[in-house]
Design a protein around this ligand. Structure first.
Ligand code: 13P
Ligand code: SF4
Length: 310
């Protein structure tokens, strides 16, 4: 019988009691083989709750690291070892220590797009889906927000607290400028434009809404416009078009491609499962410290849900 990589992945998954998680930006084939596809926040929660011994994390390193911090009893595999995030690389633990020295007693909120060492120096974590809620929940009128200054500026627009920002950017979203938005809007008039809050503030201003990757799916379903323009990584097009069949989904610019998110192919998922590589290892000392801000973030998420449900 011919070798069918999808069947082999399914077989190995069952044999090894593994779960495959994929970020919304992954290539179509990887999204399709995954058990769950979602944004950073959803995947962090799903990984923790999954009844599995192995997590194959198809995304970038910081995401797999977050899963390893939250699920020490599971083996977390990152199929492509050098799938990193240039935004996460803009800040090191030493930089956070220096910031805390310059601004004593000011809580540090760290975007999940950061290394485990940076998280270990932080008070709270957040993702793009809960950054505003996390900042607003803190009992302090000043907050250090790292490392994405565009997301920080977005949060600043939605809080009365004063944010101290770090000058980090996502190289993909920061490339897009207002001219790109005006050009695509002129082609598709009468469209709904959704961007990620990692975009520049003036780009956010030129769009209809800024939200996390998974919230984009809800917004694309809700709008009565027939064309939805996405100002985010191009993998989102497939993710949304699959669920929103009656609308045209377009990506605002060819600049919106994250090479790191595109590194993982089906072959790597197969190899990861077959050889149980590359395991993401975090020292217990750092893991315990990094767990605190991540747990606080999940707790805030739970409280918000209770409040909304009340
Ligand atoms: P989400 O948390 O919205 O999935 O975004 C992650 C990311 O890397 C955006 O560039
Ligand atoms: Fe990092 Fe940007 Fe790629 Fe997201 S899209 S993984 S923030 S470089």
């Amino acid at each position: 019988m011919a070798f069918d990589i999808r069947n082999e992945i399914e077989k190995l998954k069952k044999e090894k009691n593994a779960v495959i998680l994929a970020h919304n930006y992954q290539v179509k084939e990887v999204q399709e083989i995954a058990d769950f596809v979602g944004d950073s926040f959803e995947l962090a929660k799903i990984g923790k709750e999954a009844d599995a011994e192995i997590i194959v994390f198809c995304g970038v390193r910081f995401m797999a690291e977050s899963a390893a911090i939250l699920s020490p009893e599971k083996k977390v595999l990152l199929p492509v070892e050098d799938a990193g995030c240039p935004l996460a690389d803009t800040i090191k633990a030493e930089d956070v220590k220096a910031l805390k020295k310059s601004y004593p007693r000011i809580p540090v909120v760290t975007y999940i797009n950061s290394s485990v060492e940076v998280k270990a120096e932080s008070d709270y974590c957040c993702t793009s889906s809960n950054a505003v809620d996390v900042v607003n929940s803190i009992d302090s009128d000043k907050v250090i927000f790292i490392p994405d200054s565009n997301l920080g500026s977005f949060v600043q627009e939605h809080t009365n607290k004063k944010l101290i920002l770090w000058d980090g950017h996502c190289t993909v979203h920061h490339r897009v400028n207002v001219e790109d938005i005006l050009r695509i809007k002129a082609i598709y008039d009468n469209s709904f434009v959704i961007c990620h809050p990692e975009c520049r503030p003036e780009v956010v201003e030129a769009c209809d809404i800024a939200c996390s990757t998974s919230k984009m799916i809800e917004e694309a379903k809700k709008t009565d416009k027939k064309t939805v323009i996405l100002v985010t990584e191009e993998g989102m097009r497939h993710r949304i078009q699959k669920e929103v069949k009656d609308k045209l989904i377009v990506i605002a610019s060819p600049k919106l491609m994250c090479v790191n998110m595109k590194k993982t192919k089906l072959q790597h998922v197969y190899e990861a499962l077959a050889l149980e590589q590359t395991e993401v290892k975090v020292s217990e000392e750092i893991r315990e410290k990094a767990l605190i801000p991540l747990k606080r973030m999940l707790q805030i998420g739970k409280r918000q849900k209770q409040f909304i449900g009340a």
